[in-house]
Design a protein around this ligand. Sequence first.
Ligand SMILES: NC(=O)c1ccc[n+]([C@@H]2O[C@H](COP(=O)([O-])OP(=O)(O)OC[C@H]3O[C@@H](n4cnc5c(N)ncnc54)[C@H](O)[C@@H]3O)[C@@H](O)[C@H]2O)c1
Length: 287
Amino acid sequence: MTEIRGKLAVVTGAASGIGRATAVALAVEGARLAIADVDRAGLAETAKQIEAAGGKVSTYLLDVSSREAVYSFAQEIDAQGGADIVINNAGVAQVAAIEELSYEDFEWVMNIDFWGMVYGTKAFLPQLRKKGQGHIVNVSSIFGLFAVPTQAAYNSAKFAIRGFTEALRHEMRGTGIEVACVHPGGIKTNILRNARFLQSVQTTERETAASGFDRLARTTPAQAAQTILKGIKKNKPRILIGMDARLLDWFIRLFPASYGKIMFRGEGGTGGLLGTMGGDDVAVAKK
Ligand SMILES: NC(=O)c1ccc[n+]([C@@H]2O[C@H](COP(=O)([O-])OP(=O)(O)OC[C@H]3O[C@@H](n4cnc5c(N)ncnc54)[C@H](O)[C@@H]3O)[C@@H](O)[C@H]2O)c1
């Protein structure tokens, strides 16, 4: 069992959604918080919620895709006694078919979602090593378990997070450092509203996709945070969030090669799950 009380917890992407809710939940359990994000106003709001819950928090304006910035952030935390729990959560999404996906957009997703998580792991690991204990929690997705049309960049980053995190877990066995990979299902956050779409996709179609996602995403950020905390306390290596994630995990194992034919029936992979999310409209807009 891992004790949360009295620990110094670092959470990236804490200005919104899962990161904010997890930071507040950690504070409620007695952790001190160091929260980081590119969104200054969102960070201030999270800090307000933490303080209202009786917690202690420091805020850091940080772009996780900058290696130098992540390392100097880690240095500041080291000077305060070092992190005990590191939650690499910051992430962005991108919607475009591979043929239309620009390298710029692909790199934008990989730099934040994948490299941000690698920097956050490698920069903080020496602090945990020094203490001989701690937790690294990297947020992947159910899209790190199976692939979805128009999500190639996001899928690539989230599959890579899973590979990196599982390798780290094997390397850390017996060191006292616990490593968890988180696979949330649909969580009601701003992730799709903040996503990059193809320029040809109109605002109304983006809104259709976002509200389709809101309908589909059944888990709240607060519920997601509770699942993450439970996973940390129980030293779980793999944290699935939501009934949808648990069902899809089972479904993909049952149909590892043919799941796509069942889930995305239309031409170009539209229909099925993506259609329900408004993906059909997005696909039409691209043509
Ligand atoms: N919402 C879901 O359904 C869902 C499902 C699976 C995985 N996830 C993952 O959960 C994590 C949190 O996403 P969320 O749903 O809470 O979305 P969100 O958009 O509500 O929060 C993401 C946060 O990351 C921050 N961020 C973006 N770029 C950053 C950067 N370069 N440096 C620092 N911070 C940055 C944003 O400002 C925002 O505060 C992401 O990694 C996402 O991929 C979300």
